[in-house]
Design a protein around this ligand. Structure first.
Ligand SMILES: CC(C)(COP(=O)(O)OP(=O)(O)OC[C@H]1O[C@@H](n2cnc3c(N)ncnc32)[C@H](O)[C@@H]1OP(=O)(O)O)[C@@H](O)C(=O)NCCC(=O)NCCSC(=O)C[C@H](O)C(=O)O
Ligand SMILES: [Mg+2]
Length: 287
């Protein structure tokens, strides 16, 4: 699990200078500067140049900066990677390059070579990607995975359902792969950006499954994701009581404590400590 919070990961089209300015005042834990699907083909060269400039000259604070490039099988992918590599050499702060439609681990190699100065993240959004999630997660340069639930639904031919039944197998496979290799993993976007109740429900589903956060498409979605993926006061209070009770039991020579009628063992203490560390990391983001 990552020490840095990734509750809210906001996509911004790399072509929209106004939105790029606006994000410097928004409470996003991470930003995906998009050169892929949010940017029209005729705008891609200008968006690439704009991103290289703003990532060098502007201060995006402590938000993680992730650039989604076009695939290397398109006419824009290599130029995107080269532009970001050159920007890094000039001092741009780019934490990671996000590669779309990753099908297998070997898809990461060419980007790893082209941009040696940034971590790699993978869009998990194809049927082949789901089946190869474990080898993708094991790639030595990979640090994070992002669910691309729109593309995945398109490939599967599945219909939208509030419970995301058709996507559950893929979400679960990617989550297993990410956790097996200690990678960050964030859930897909919720397209109906004016539907607050729907977003809240989907955030809570992703959180309960184990995702670190949710990718978002509009600033109005930030507060809901930040709240859903942060530990609540009640959870923190319980975690502290579990820790106190466990160490009191241990001092008395017992390996198990009971809190609120439930057993607390070593493994629950690890979970409680991770929760408290997450709350501290979130508080540090706000400083
Ligand atoms: C969805 C939008 C097209 C809506 O745009 P718009 O109608 O302009 O929204 P508003 O008028 O409500 O905007 C209000 C202000 O907020 C700023 N804004 C809007 N969106 C963003 C943003 N994403 N980041 C930062 N700031 C934003 C506007 O500039 C307005 O500011 P102001 O001028 O001060 O009033 C639009 O939100 C949008 O384009 N969203 C991003 C879409 C996107 O990135 N899509 C690609 C990623 S999703 C994807 O690809 C998923 C994956 O691959 C998969 O397969 O699932
Ligand atoms: Mg996609």
């Amino acid at each position: 699990m990552s020490a840095r919070p990734y509750r809210s990961v906001l996509y911004i089209p790399g072509s929209k200078e106004r939105a790029l300015e606006k994000v410097m005042g928004l409470a996003a834990d991470a930003i995906i500067f998009d050169l892929e699907d949010a940017v029209a083909p005729e705008e891609k060269p200008a968006a690439r140049a704009l991103l290289a400039r703003v990532l060098t000259d502007w201060d995006f604070g402590n938000r993680a900066r992730i650039v989604r490039i076009n695939g290397f099988d398109t006419e824009w992918g290599r130029a995107d990677a080269n532009a970001m590599d050159e920007a890094i050499a000039r001092g741009a702060k780019i934490d990671a390059i996000l590669i779309p439609k990753v099908n297998r681990a070997a898809d990461l190699d060419a980007v790893a070579e082209a941009v040696p100065g940034a971590d790699l993240w993978a869009m998990m959004e194809t049927a082949a990607g789901m089946l190869n999630a474990a080898e993708i997660a094991a790639h030595p340069r990979l640090k994070g995975m992002v669910m691309g639930t729109n593309d995945l639904a398109k490939e599967l031919g599945s219909r939208f359902r509030p419970d995301r039944l058709a996507l559950q197998a893929g979400l679960g496979l990617c989550l297993l792969a990410a956790r097996a290799h200690s990678r960050v993993i964030v859930d897909g976007v919720f397209n109906a950006f004016k539907d607050e109740a729907g977003l809240k429900a989907e955030c809570e589903q992703g959180r309960d499954m184990g995702f670190d956060g949710k990718t978002l498409i509009h600033p109005a979605q930030l507060a809901i994701a930040n709240a859903a993926f942060a530990p609540s006061q009640a959870e923190l209070e319980l975690a502290r009581r579990q820790i106190d009770a466990f160490f009191a039991a241990k001092a008395a020579g017992q390996g198990v404590a009971v809190v609120d009628g439930k057993i607390v063992e070593n493994l629950h203490i690890v979970t409680a400590e991770v929760l408290i560390a997450k709350a501290e990391a979130i508080a540090a983001m706000a400083d």
